[in-house]
Write a new protein. Structure first.
Length: 632
């Protein structure tokens, strides 16, 4: 067991080294436009106002002026570096690291380390910003793994042994609680959470109400405990579960700034609560007095100056601590990301229960950052969907992507509760992933089982780009299947003819439904491709097509990862891969495909080259299943 954790640490070290090497290559070789299109940079920037936020951080607002339609990966808490473009085209990086404090659409608030850094940013011409290597997260994961491996004869050691061996787990024995508003499997899962003394797992396949079940479990736990901690891998996942808890009237204190800030969640953040506290005005006045003293400092008694500053800082620290304690004492749920659980605000705090949502997307090491703060922990997620993101082939091959949730499913199956009734997909869409990934244990609720958009419509279709009879005069596409071959596009892949066909097929389906009906019923559509290059191409084609202009608010185009946790009435998947050698890249990761095909409520259209894809048995079975529906 310790040896396995040590191997995991080695693989994590290799992942860190690989990411650092790749980042260095990006810094040296990647052009500005590639940084922007990969979502790691904004350029050029307009610099807005600067100020001190409620945490006394010096922050500056920046806005991007070009490439406004490009996706980006900036999130609160992520480290960034500023750069300038010289006349020669070379990039000059500023010698300090900043941190994203807040981001929405094309505006970002960045926390700076010093006033000198602010001056550099304000004086710069042709300014840009890009993500930098997040060494802090790796450091926290290394420290967490070391702590777990060294644990002996304490609660952390017990939880480690339960996760990695078949050590006995313990349960309470009270009678089950009834929750008539939940289905039988959801009710059982909530009771399993309440009975667990050590650990429990809520396995929630697509559309089975995992969030509903988890919120109920948290709500019932709060009848027995004063306060719990709720974590997830991403800010978005934390915000989602926190919003649902707020809907139930639970007092939530959100540590860290949400990525997708709603007005409601902004009010729950520690920063906003801190600003709204009655004592904050006094604290701000003291901080302002300290800055004014430094600004107006004159030659004189250094000792007198230091004494005055020390008294003010002592008073400020007392007020800050007093406000913090009041805010924490009022909250029933403390919500943060896994790495956010290492925030200085949470130092020394302990909880009876830790809930980790989307646990199947988090590296095991990240989970161990938060687990030592609790006596027991509950995992929720689906290990049959997207795994943690890794970049190093050696780490991936070595099994670093095997999550803590998977270890528990393997070693402690008794603690796993499967949610069995799904409320998203019509039965025809649900049956294939049900058989492939969930051992046929799922069933569709009666409310969605037979629903559809058009009468006599087939819920699943595969438009095969390897068929020579695909093209016709109406399609205005050549009748040679070779025209559908994929192309390398920078670091991604595209298939231009398949993109054109995807947009045309979507338009034809919209015409069948009728534009007025689509707008009236708000029928929404997701266009998915596994490749970012194809996503950019599809967005461009839809934006240029006048037919979609009044419908654009109902059409989302994104990668598989971008659609995790979402659903649409219609899903169109552009598979891209089409080559003579049958190469499929990461389409071989079937968990990613499970996500793509389970986003659809009523209609799923797959556009792909069967001669390439069906060399893999999974895609061959999928094609056979769809063909059988069409025959029926």
């Amino acid at each position: 067991m310790i040896q396995a954790l040590a191997e995991q640490r080695r693989l994590l070290q290799r992942e860190f080294e690989y990411e650092r090497e790749e980042f260095q290559k990006q810094m040296e070789a990647t052009s500005i436009i590639h940084k922007v299109r990969r979502g790691i940079g904004w350029f050029p920037l307009h610099v807005g106002r600067s100020y001190h936020n409620s945490l006394d951080q010096l922050v500056v607002e920046v806005c991007r002026r070009d490439y406004l339609d490009e996706e980006h990966n900036f999130e609160p808490g992520k480290p960034v570096v500023f750069f300038t473009e010289e006349a020669s085209g070379l990039l000059h990086y500023m010698k300090f690291t900043a941190q994203v404090s807040y981001v929405e659409e094309d505006r970002m608030v960045v926390a700076l380390p010093s006033p000198d850094a602010l001056l550099q940013v304000q004086r710069a011409e042709r300014l840009g910003i890009q993500l930098t290597l997040d060494e802090t997260t790796y450091r926290l994961m290394f420290e967490a793994l070391d702590r777990v491996m060294e644990a002996k004869a304490d609660r952390l050691a017990e939880l480690r042994d339960i996760c990695h061996t078949s050590a006995p787990i313990h349960r309470f024995t009270f009678l089950p609680q009834r929750f008539p508003w939940l289905n039988a499997s959801q009710e059982q899962a909530v009771n399993e959470v309440l009975w667990a003394k050590d650990v429990a797992v809520v396995h929630g396949p697509p559309g089975t109400g995992k969030t509903t079940t988890l919120v109920e479990a948290i709500y019932e736990t709060l009848h027995r405990e004063t306060q719990v901690m709720v974590c997830a891998q991403s800010n978005m996942a934390v915000d989602w579960i926190a919003e649902k808890l707020c809907d139930r009237g639970v007092s939530v204190l959100r540590i860290g700034n949400p990525t997708r800030v709603t007005d409601r969640m902004l009010e729950q953040t520690f920063e906003r609560r801190f600003e709204a506290h009655p004592k904050y005005h006094d604290l701000w006045a003291i901080r302002r007095a300290i800055r004014d003293l430094y600004a107006a400092r004159q030659k004189g008694s250094r000792e007198h100056f230091q004494q005055k500053i020390a008294r003010l800082r002592e008073r400020a620290a007392e007020l800050e601590l007093s406000i913090q304690e009041e805010l924490f004492s009022e909250a029933r749920v403390i919500a943060c990301t896994l790495t956010g659980s290492a925030n200085r605000l949470l130092a020394g705090r302990r909880f009876g229960t830790l809930f980790i949502d989307e646990a199947a997307q988090a590296l095991e090491a990240a989970c161990w950052i938060a687990i030592p703060k609790a006596d027991r922990f509950i995992l929720a997620g689906d290990h049959r969907q997207l795994p943690p993101t890794l970049k190093c082939p050696e780490s991936l091959a070595g099994g670093l992507d095997k999550t803590l949730m998977q270890h528990l499913v393997e070693h402690q199956p008794r603690c796993v509760s499967l949610l069995r009734v799904q409320y998203r997909m019509c039965d025809a869409i649900m049956q294939f992933p049900n058989k492939e990934f969930y051992d046929g244990l799922l069933q569709s609720d009666a409310s969605v089982r037979y629903r559809g958009i058009l009468d006599w419509d087939t819920a699943l279709e595969w438009i095969d780009t390897s068929q020579e009879d695909l093209a016709d005069d109406d399609m205005l596409l050549p009748d040679s299947p070779e025209s559908f071959m994929e192309q390398q596009n920078g670091l991604s892949r595209i298939n231009p003819r398949e993109a054109e066909l995807t947009v045309r097929i979507l338009r034809q389906y919209f015409e069948k439904i009728g534009r007025d009906r689509i707008l009236h019923e708000r029928i929404d559509v997701g266009v998915i491709s596994p490749y970012r290059g194809q996503v950019r191409l599809l967005r461009q084609l839809i934006r240029q097509d006048k037919f979609f202009k009044p419908l654009r608010s109902l059409v989302s185009v994104n990668t598989v990862d971008g659609f995790q946790g979402q659903e649409r009435d219609v899903i169109v998947v552009s598979m891209v891969r089409s080559n003579e050698s049958g190469q499929m890249g990461f389409l071989r990761d079937l968990r990613r495909m499970n996500v793509a095909i389970t986003r659809a409520r009523m209609k799923l259209l797959i556009i792909g080259h069967s001669a390439t894809l069906c060399r893999h048995p999974f895609y061959r079975r999928l094609k056979q299943y769809i063909d059988s529906l069409e025959e029926y």
